[in-house]
Design a binder for this molecule. Sequence first.
Ligand SMILES: *Cc1c(COP(=O)(O)O)cnc(C)c1O
Length: 227
Amino acid sequence: MASIAENISTVRDQITKAATRSGRAADSVTLLAVTKTQTPEKLREAYAAGQREFGENYLQEALDKIRILDLPDLVWHFIGPIQSNKTADIAAHFDWVHSVDRLKIASRLSKQRPEGLAPLSICVQVNLSSEDSKSGVALEDAADLCEQIAKLPGLRLRGLMAIPAPCAGHEQQREVFAPLALLFRELQGRFEHLDSLSIGMSADYEAAIAEGSTIVRVGSAIFGARA
Ligand SMILES: *Cc1c(COP(=O)(O)O)cnc(C)c1O
């Protein structure tokens, strides 16, 4: 079995190749290591291999790891569903939140972002496959939600995120991402800080990069299948 360091190196190579095929710079794509259910030891291995951006789905598990690892140069991304009673801890302990799909949650995160910290970077989660998932704002409502979030002082609207239903085949995967990529390019003219398209996971990150992804969220291709 390949080590975490080997897997990170392989994924980074694939990212570079996919970016190059699309005429993009390799460093225009950030690799976010998704570490839900992984032990702090595994995160340390990834850290030793140069990984700095980590994505977590479950708040308590994430807070434990943030405290145990205690490394100053890590960037923590919250990527899971958000309940209202969790927003204060998310606002205090994370740098990014990718899974904002309601104004109510955004307002709470803004109010609860501690003074002295930079605004919390936000991606609006868009639902690209309505029958499969309850999370995410509809594509046609995403621009309005962005408009409202851009006004909140504790937040910085950085991008759009989606988790489409799994589908096989590079071209099919691109077709699913395409409407979001189009909306992203339209909105970039409207929102000053909008620079991030958070699409692509282990099975479809190459297609996502072809569509313009700037953040790929990769778990199992680095850490192996989750239990
Ligand atoms: C688990 C998860 C990932 C990573 O999925 P893999 O298929 O293991 O790469 C990415 N994004 C979100 C939101 C996730 O919950």
